[in-house]
Design a binder for this molecule. Structure first.
Ligand code: ADP
Ligand code: MG
Length: 589
């Protein structure tokens, strides 16, 4: 077939169902040939009618031939149904396996990779790309086998009856083929990719737009955020219009050629019958007029298939873009961290292989210390914290927990060692009990309740109808950002990992909640090694050690008192912060 590499890859996912796929092609081709047989019987009928006319009572085989035509038509349909059954079973198996393979791969990827892809794009790739292969395998390939068999059978029939008329009815086929080649060339392949990219862009921007609504509302950035989304729609529109216009002429010619078979036939017949019409010639002409509509049907089928082959090609490439991402290497000599002190030495990291986001960062955090990362936005704080639990691996240097390189620590153990609380912790649509139990699945109800209590969630439980069995996200159950954050803290408390990373964890808490969230955090932090990342400098003032990150480097570090005396970047941030607090207080007063 046209693209053995793609097809072989797909069939590789079929396992033993591969043979069903093959069977579907054979059956479909067989059905296409069987579908031609009725035309032969119809021709017999016509011949007999012409022979005995005008006294039709002399005809003997009319009825039998008519029924034979029906019989073969029915058989052809039944065989086609069998072909589709085979092809569907194969196709569903392949799509399922493809999806499983992608999902299994995604699970092994560094957490950060999935995030970089954007959840919208990742979902689209896995779902839609595997669905694209499904239509291809279940319908298009069997149809193509049929579409190849039909012209072969036709060719035989056409040439058997009257080769001159046969050739005439093939002329438009040739013409249509040439036009079709023009439409599906390499340039069109490129176009198809652009089309998919424009669609992806639009879908991503839409997701980002919706996700950004809280931020947009908080900071009043409406126009800015809307621009990107609108831009992607505009680009799509421009693209689609240009594409459509470009296809207008070839599509027109193609349709004209395919449907113009009669034109060729009649013109040819007139030329051939200049010396008078014989009954045999009339009979043959009638046969061709009966059978030629199949030509346009067949051609149209092939036409849409080559377009769809491009879609599959593109779908596989997209799936490959996920499958090609390198999973985190699993260690072959697992080691266990001894203690919870952290050592980062000479860390170099870049997301794109070009711009270093972290430049030679070294620092150590003794067990049980509370340190803070502060600094301007984009300085690399989140990235640095992400490296500790292997969201990514650094390109240079290493991260050690308890004296062991994180790459040597088994994945599950690392997850149990480091806990994260982010700015917008996500709760899933399940009961509060189940949400907290995500921290440790074998926890008892009592342990969950204790964690909730320690995370200052008592007031939340009181106001909910079924306490901690209330399902979040059901009708009438609404939790504010700060409340969700406290439940997320209970989850982390239950997990009780020795290292805790808080990334802007209080940024969105409303004033009502903030004191409670703070109390929950200090309870959570007891006896742990803590890294806080914070905008609000008040939260970091009493940290044991503060690192100021700027442009991927440690600009300065020390206790807050030392840093204030240094009169550097921290001092400047502190003064700004004081002014903004005063300004806020003044505004509220
Ligand atoms: P901070 O947390 O200090 O605001 P980040 O660690 O989030 O800083 O970002 C540091 C730099 O890395 C920024 O320039 C940011 O644009 C870039 N960056 C962050 N996340 C990604 C990502 N997933 N892909 C590519 N670049 C990123
Ligand atoms: Mg950050």
């Amino acid at each position: 077939m046209k693209k053995p590499s793609n097809l072989q890859r797909l069939l590789g996912y079929a396992g033993s169902h591969k043979y069903l796929t093959y069977a579907s092609w054979v059956l479909s081709a067989l059905s296409a040939l069987l579908a031609l047989v009725p035309y032969w019987y119809i021709w017999q009928v016509v011949r007999e009618v012409l022979a005995v006319a005008p006294d039709l009572s002399l005809a003997q085989d009319l009825v039998r031939n008519g029924w034979m035509a029906v019989l073969f038509a029915v058989i052809a349909v039944l065989v086609y149904i069998a072909a589709l059954m085979c092809s569907h079973i194969g196709a569903f198996r392949i799509a399922t396996n493809l999806r499983l393979a992608a999902m299994e791969h995604i699970v092994k990827l560094p957490l950060g990779a999935a995030e970089r892809f954007g959840s919208g794009r990742l979902r689209k790739i896995v779902n839609e790309s595997s669905a694209a292969t499904e239509t291809y395998l279940a319908h298009q390939l069997p149809d193509r086998a049929g579409a190849i068999a039909t012209p072969c059978g036709l060719l035989v029939l056409l040439l058997v009856f009257d080769w001159r008329l046969g050739l005439l009815s093939l002329a438009p086929v040739l013409l249509a083929f040439l036009i079709m080649m023009m439409m599906t060339g390499a340039r069109m392949r490129q176009k198809m990719k652009e089309y998919q990219n424009a669609l992806d862009d639009m879908s991503n921007e839409a997701v980002e737009y919706v996700r950004g609504i809280p931020v947009v509302k908080t900071f009043g950035q409406t126009i800015f955020s809307f621009k990107k989304f609108k831009g992607s729609i505009d680009r799509y529109q421009v693209w689609v219009i240009a594409y459509t216009k470009e296809l207008r002429l070839p599509m027109m010619l193609y349709t004209a050629a395919v449907n113009g078979v009669f034109g060729f036939l009649i013109a040819g017949a007139l030329l051939l019958t200049q010396d008078g019409v014989t009954p045999e010639f009339l009979l043959d002409l009638m046969f061709y007029i009966i059978i030629t509509p199949i030509i346009s049907v067949t051609l149209t089928r092939i036409m849409f298939q080559s377009e769809n082959a491009m879609i599959v090609d593109d779908a596989l490439q997209r799936i490959d873009s996920v499958l090609d991402l390198q999973p985190l290497k699993e260690t072959s000599h697992p080691q266990h961290p001894k203690g919870s002190h952290l050592e980062l030495s000479h860390i170099h990291f870049s997301y794109d292989g070009k711009n270093e986001v972290l430049k030679d960062i070294s620092l150590t955090i003794p067990a049980g210390q509370r340190v803070a990362f502060v600094g301007p936005s984009g300085g690399g704080k989140t990235t640095l914290a992400d490296l500790i639990s292997r969201f990514f691996d650094p390109q240079g240097g290493n991260v050690k927990i308890g004296g062991v390189d994180v790459r040597e620590i088994p994945k599950e153990e690392l997850m149990d060692t480091v806990s994260f609380v982010f700015q917008n912790s996500r709760l899933i649509k399940a009961s509060i009990l189940d949400n907290v139990r995500l921290g440790r699945s074998d926890a008892t109800r009592e342990e969950v309740l204790e964690a909730l209590h320690n995370a200052q969630c008592d007031d939340i439980l009181e106001k909910l109808p079924q306490g901690m069995d209330t399902v979040i996200g059901t009708k009438g159950v609404y939790l504010s950002g700060g409340e969700q954050q406290r439940i997320a803290i209970a989850r982390v408390m239950l997990k009780d990992a020795p290292i805790l990373i808080l990334d802007e964890a209080t940024a969105f808490a409303d004033p009502d909640n903030e004191s409670r969230v703070q109390a929950a955090f200090s309870r959570l932090s007891q006896g742990k090694t803590v890294i806080m990342i914070a905008h609000r400098l008040s939260t970091v003032a009493n940290a044991d050690h503060i690192y100021v990150l700027q442009d991927g480097e440690i600009a300065e570090h020390g206790t807050s008192r030392e840093l204030l005396e240094q009169n550097g970047l921290f001092r400047k941030m502190w003064d700004n912060y004081q002014t903004s607090v005063q300004w806020k207080v003044a505004k509220e007063a």
